[in-house]
Design a protein around this ligand. Structure first.
Ligand SMILES: [Cu+2]
Length: 119
């Protein structure tokens, strides 16, 4: 009797949704700078993904950065800061960006620039 009532309640509740895992680990999109140029001027990531900026440029002593292009005095919303040659950094805050288009450049070398699309 009690079991039948319990079974009826379960049927009324419907199927139990599967338990969600903690969620996917944000992926890293690797963006490298090669010998004083960005090999691609366009980068696309999904919302929540991160970008690991790798400097493989042996010619640039000061290194490079992956930084949002902003007017002087404005704080960029994402920035790897300067990455010395043969090292890498994750671009800070890029995983928090809402979908949209963003311009980026190297803060040392303004000619190194591109477009980031967050989908
Ligand atoms: Cu640079």
């Amino acid at each position: 009797m009690l079991l039948a009532a319990f079974a009826t309640v379960l049927m009324l509740l419907g199927p139990v949704p599967p338990v969600q895992a903690a969620g996917p680990v944000p992926e890293h999109h690797v963006f490298a700078v090669l010998r004083d140029y960005f090999p691609s001027s366009a980068v696309s990531i999904k919302q929540g993904e991160r970008i690991r900026f790798v400097d493989t440029d042996p010619t640039a002593g000061p290194g490079h950065s992956f930084t949002e292009t902003v007017p002087e005095g404005v704080t960029p919303r994402f920035d790897s800061d300067i990455v010395p040659p043969y090292t890498f950094k994750d671009v800070a805050n890029v995983e928090t960006l809402p979908p949209g288009q963003y311009s980026f450049n190297c803060k040392i070398h303004n000619v190194l620039k591109g477009q980031l699309t967050v989908g």
